[in-house]
Design a protein around this ligand. Structure first.
Ligand SMILES: [Zn+2]
Length: 127
């Protein structure tokens, strides 16, 4: 008798309860994720790097909003660790570019960040 017949999916850790004895993954999705990760380790590293920067940017903006700051000069912003090259969306609104970083919206000018707000709060057409 086998000692350990409890097999788990190496991608998600789910217990494999049915299927062939030599079945390794719980699903085709997990199988593909696992093999892509092996095949493209640089891609995964790059995604993690970008997500880290976005999260950090979001944290900087969140810290400002929590103390009621909705605008700041760019130099101070960058000193706080904000990287202006990373955001999750951008569109032109009249004369300005409106950016979002996850759930926070802002206007970035050559010298300032302005109109900081959480999405769905306090923004209007006066941007
Ligand atoms: Zn799985």
């Amino acid at each position: 008798m086998e000692e350990n017949n409890e097999a788990r999916c190496p991608q998600c850790g789910k217990l494999l309860v049915y299927g062939r004895v030599d079945r390794r993954f719980c699903s085709v999705t997990c199988k593909n994720l696992w093999h892509n990760r092996l095949r493209y380790p640089a891609r995964e590293k790059e995604i993690k790097r970008v997500l880290r920067i976005l999260n950090n940017n979001r944290d900087v903006l969140d810290r400002l909003l929590r103390v009621g700051i909705t605008q700041l000069d760019r130099v101070s912003l960058e000193h706080m660790g904000f990287n202006v090259n990373y955001f999750t969306s951008m569109y032109r609104y009249r004369k300005h570019y409106v950016y979002t970083c996850l759930d926070i919206r802002y206007v970035l000018t050559p010298t300032r960040i302005r109109k900081l707000s959480y999405l769905g709060e306090g923004v209007d057409d006066s941007v």
